[in-house]
Design a protein around this ligand. Structure first.
Ligand code: MLC
Ligand code: AMP
Length: 504
C-alpha cells in the first residue's frame, strides 16, 4: 500500500507524476495540466530558494484568484516556507498588523493591491520583497537557479491563517501540513470526491472555504477545477447550464444570488453531483427554494479557520435543512455547558467543541490565546452555540463570540468600534449585526455624536483607509445615548433589538 501523503503538495506531486497530462485547472480559457502547474510551482520554489528563503519563513499571498496564486502556494511549500494568505479586501490597517505579526519576508501581489501594501511598506522592515504578478514575477522566476524541491514533513507549519480576534487585532491560526491532510482526507471521503470530479471554484482562495476545501480537495483527489477570478451569479448560472461540472461550493449569499438568477430565467441547469454551502448559516427557505428550482438538496457543512471542516450533512442520507449534520470521519464533536464545560444531553443548547487530527496547532506567538481555546484533553472550543438531535444532527444557533458574518466574511464589532472611536464627531459607538437578506447579517453602527454635522457617509468614509470594505458599516444610525447596565457597560443586545424594531 502506498504511504499516505504527508502534505497537500505531496499528494499533488504524486498526481502530477501519475497523470501529468490531466487537466488540473481551467482559468479564463487557459488549461493547466498537473504537469504544467507542477512546473510553475517548482519554478517558484527554486526562485524562493535562490532569493534566500529559509525553511519556516513566511511568504504572503495578497493576490486575486489565479493559477499563479496556487503555483505560489504549492511552490512555497516545496521551498519549505509557510504561506500567509491575505484577504484581498484588506486595507492598510489590516495589512500593517498581519505582515508585522507574521514577520512576512516576501509577498506575491498584483497591480490592483500593490499600492495598498506600498502605503505601509515603510512600517514593515521585515518585508524584504514585494513581487507583482506580471513582468516582475516572470523576472523573479527567470532568476531561479536549479533547486531540488523538497517535500515538507507532516509536522511542519504549512499556513498561518489570520482570523479576527474578539479583542484587539487578528490572530494567526497555525495549521500544520498534517492538519490539512487529515481534514481534506475526511472531506474527500465524506463527499465522495474523486479524480473524475470537476469543481466550479469561485470562492476566494485566501480563505479556508476556497483554499482548504476547494483547492486542496482538487489536488488531493487528482481532480480538476475551473477557477474564477470572483463569483458572478449570471456567469455561474451560464456555466451551470453548460453542464460540465460535478460540484459547486458557495457561501449562502452566493446561493441567494443564484436563486434570484434562476427566478429571472426559464432554463434550468441539469443536476450536479454535489452543491455544498457553508461559512454562514443557510436558511431553510433558501434550501427549499433551491430544491424547487435546481432539483437538488444542498449539502450544508460547518467549519472554521482553526479547524477546517468539522460537521457535515451526509452525502447519502438525509440532508436536513437548518442543520449542519454530524462530524466528518475521524473527528469528534459535542455540545457542552458554557459554565461547567460538561457535555449536555440531546437537544440542549451549549457551546460546540471539536476534537481530531484536523484541529490547528495554536495561534502564532499567542500562547495566551491558544490556552483559552484548548483543553488539556484536546477539545477545542469553537465559541459557536448549538445543540445535537437524537440522531446526531447538529444545529448552530448562535455564538458566544461577538461576531458578525456578512456574506461569509467575519467582522468583529470591536475592531470597527475601535476605529470609529477615533472618528471626529463620534462620542460613542456600538457596532452590531442586523438581519440582512443579501448578506445574512449587515454591519450596523449605532453612533452617539457630539457634532451635528457628522453624517453616515462621513462615518463610512472614515473606515476607507483602514478597513476592508465589507467591515464598513452598511448602515449608521444616530442615537441620543447607548443603553448601559449599572456598571456602565454598553448592552449590545439592547442596541441590536432596538435597531431591529426600528427596521420592522
Ligand atoms: C463584498 N462586499 C461586501 C461583501 N462582499 N459587503 C458585505 N459583506 C460581504 N460579504 C462589498 C464590497 O466591500 C464592496 O463595497 C461591494 O460589496 C462590491 O464588492 P465586490 O467584491 O464586487 O462584491 P461581490 O463580488 O458582490 O461579493 C459578494 C461575495 C463575496 C458573496 C461574492 O463577499 C464573497 O466572495 N464571499 C465569500 C467569503 C468567503 O469565502 N468566506 C469563507 C471564509 S472561510 P464598497 O462599498 O467597499 O465598494 C470560513 C470557514 C468555513 O468561514 O466554514 O468555510
Ligand atoms: P472563520 O473564522 O472565518 O473561519 O469563520 C468560522 C465561523 O463561521 C464559525 O465559527 C461559525 O460561526 C461560522 N460558520 C461556518 N459554517 C457555518 C454554518 N454552516 N452555519 C452557521 N455558521 C457557520
Amino acid at each position: 500500500m502506498t504511504k499516505r501523503p504527508s502534505s497537500i503538495v505531496e499528494a499533488f506531486v504524486r498526481h502530477a507524476e501519475s497523470t501529468p497530462g490531466k487537466t488540473c485547472l481551467r482559468f479564463e480559457g487557459e488549461r493547466w495540466t498537473y504537469e504544467m502547474l507542477r512546473g510553475r510551482a517548482e519554478n517558484f520554489a527554486a526562485a524562493l530558494k535562490t532569493w534566500g528563503l529559509e525553511p519556516g519563513e513566511r511568504v504572503a499571498l495578497y493576490k486575486e484568484n489565479s493559477p499563479d496564486f496556487l503555483a505560489a502556494y504549492l511552490g512555497t511549500h516545496l521551498a519549505g516556507g509557510v504561506v500567509v494568505p491575505v484577504n484581498n479586501q484588506y486595507r492598510r490597517g489590516e495589512l500593517r498588523h498581519i505582515f508585522e505579526d507574521a514577520g512576512v519576508r516576501l509577498c506575491l501581489t498584483d497591480g490592483e493591491r500593490r499600492p495598498e501594501l506600498e502605503g505601509v511598506r515603510e512600517e514593515l522592515p521585515r518585508l524584504e520583497a514585494v513581487i507583482e504578478a506580471g513582468r516582475e514575477l516572470e523576472d523573479f522566476l527567470n532568476a531561479a537557479e536549479p533547486h531540488e524541491p523538497e517535500l515538507p514533513e507532516g509536522d511542519d507549519l504549512a499556513v498561518i491563517a489570520y482570523t479576527s480576534g474578539t479583542t484587539g487585532r487578528s490572530k494567526g491560526a497555525m495549521l500544520l501540513h498534517r492538519n490539512l491532510v487529515a481534514n481534506i482526507e475526511a472531506i474527500c471521503e465524506a463527499w465522495r470526491w474523486t479524480a473524475n470530479d470537476h469543481l466550479l471554484l469561485t470562492l476566494p482562495l485566501f480563505h479556508t472555504h476556497g483554499l482548504m476545501v476547494g483547492a486542496h480537495g482538487t489536488f488531493f483527489s487528482g481532480a480538476s477545477a475551473e477557477l474564477r477570478r470572483k463569483f458572478d451569479a449570471a456567469g455561474v448560472y451560464d456555466s451551470l447550464l453548460e453542464g460540465s461540472f460535478t460540484m459547486f461550493f458557495g457561501v449562502p449569499t452566493m446561493y441567494t444570488r443564484l436563486l434570484r438568477e434562476a427566478e429571472a430565467r426559464e432554463e434550468r441547469p441539469n443536476p450536479l453531483r454535489l452543491y455544498v454551502a457553508g461559512s454562514a448559516a443557510l436558511s431553510p427557505q433558501a434550501f427549499e427554494r433551491f430544491e424547487e428550482l435546481f432539483g437538488e438538496r444542498i449539502l450544508e457543512r460547518y467549519g472554521m479557520t482553526e479547524t477546517g471542516m468539522n460537521l457535515t450533512n451526509p452525502y447519502d442520507g438525509e440532508r436536513r435543512p437548518g442543520t449542519v449534520g454530524g462530524p466528518f470521519p475521524g473527528q469528534e464533536a459535542r455540545v457542552v455547558d458554557i459554565e461547567s464545560r460538561e457535555p449536555l444531553p440531546v437537544g440542549e443548547v451549549g457551546e460546540i467543541e471539536v476534537r481530531g487530527p484536523h484541529v490547528f496547532e495554536g495561534y502564532w506567538e499567542r500562547p495566551d490565546a491558544t490556552g483559552e481555546v484548548f483543553k488539556e484533553d484536546g477539545w477545542f472550543r469553537t465559541e459557536d452555540l448549538g445543540s445535537v438531535s437524537e440522531d446526531g444532527y447538529f444545529t448552530i444557533s448562535g455564538r458566544t463570540k461577538e461576531l458578525i458574518i456578512s456574506g461569509g466574511y467575519n467582522v468583529y464589532p470591536r475592531e470597527v468600534e475601535e476605529l470609529l472611536e477615533g472618528c471626529p464627531g463620534v462620542a460613542e459607538v456600538a457596532v452590531v449585526g442586523l438581519p440582512d437578506e443579501e448578506f445574512g447579517e449587515k454591519v450596523t453602527a449605532a453612533v452617539v455624536r457630539d457634532d451635528e454635522e457628522l453624517t453616515a457617509e462621513k462615518v463610512q468614509d472614515f473606515c476607507r483607509d483602514d478597513l476592508a470594505g465589507y467591515k464598513k458599516p452598511r448602515e449608521v444610525v444616530f442615537l441620543d445615548e447607548l443603553p448601559r447596565n449599572a456598571l456602565g457597560k454598553v448592552l449590545k443586545h439592547e442596541v441590536r433589538e432596538g435597531l431591529v424594531e426600528k427596521e420592522e
